[in-house]
Design a protein around this ligand. Structure first.
Ligand SMILES: CC(C)(COP(=O)(O)OP(=O)(O)OC[C@H]1O[C@@H](n2cnc3c(N)ncnc32)[C@H](O)[C@@H]1OP(=O)(O)O)[C@@H](O)C(=O)NCCC(=O)NCCS
Length: 144
């Protein structure tokens, strides 16, 4: 298959609807109530130039990633590529863009949360050279 011409651009608050349409119902992506335009804009403002989308023909979003840092570690979220455009290096490019932006902001270590049953994503991260940590438990709290 001939590779398609893709442009990678930093996500803008106006891209929420297009990005959310990609993420919505996508296996491997878990959307929460805080996936809304306000928190999307806030995240982009806190993490300038760290979040990207892959655009086809300027108006069709076929991939996206959100990334940010807390001053110490970088975290990647919501990496997704439209099923019709996978295995063409778009996911890899999105990760490279985010990681390089985070590195430029002084961050040298990065983490991504992956559902245990998401075998394809696990293979993707492994093949990008990311280490699967078996020594860490994730403890979460969303209550008051
Ligand atoms: C994971 C995902 C983003 C990968 O996007 P992609 O654009 O297809 O990835 P790339 O083409 O850059 O793949 C890079 C390498 O990862 C590996 N890889 C990617 N998808 C794979 C799969 N389904 N099975 C096995 N290996 C895979 C391959 O080694 C690939 O290189 P190759 O094609 O030269 O062999 C995409 O499958 C996706 O959107 N999945 C659903 C959402 C999701 O699970 N997101 C991850 C959340 S952590």
């Amino acid at each position: 298959m001939k590779p398609v011409a893709i442009e990678i651009r930093a996500l803008h608050p106006d891209d929420f609807a297009a990005a959310n349409a990609l993420w919505d119902f996508m296996k491997g992506i878990v959307l929460r109530e805080d996936d809304n335009p306000e928190s999307f804009s806030r995240f982009l403002a806190r993490n300038p130039d760290c979040c990207y989308a892959a655009w086809l023909s300027n108006d069709l979003l076929v991939g996206a990633i959100m990334a940010g840092h807390d001053g110490r570690r970088g975290y990647l979220y919501h990496l997704a590529v439209d099923p019709g455009y996978r295995r063409q290096g778009i996911g890899r490019k999105l990760v490279e863009k985010s990681v390089s932006a985070l590195r430029a902001q002084g961050i040298s270590k990065f983490h991504v949360f992956v559902k245990r049953r998401n075998i394809a994503a696990a293979t993707f991260w492994k093949n990008l050279g990311w280490e699967l940590r078996k020594d860490i438990q994730l403890h979460s709290c969303s209550g008051s």
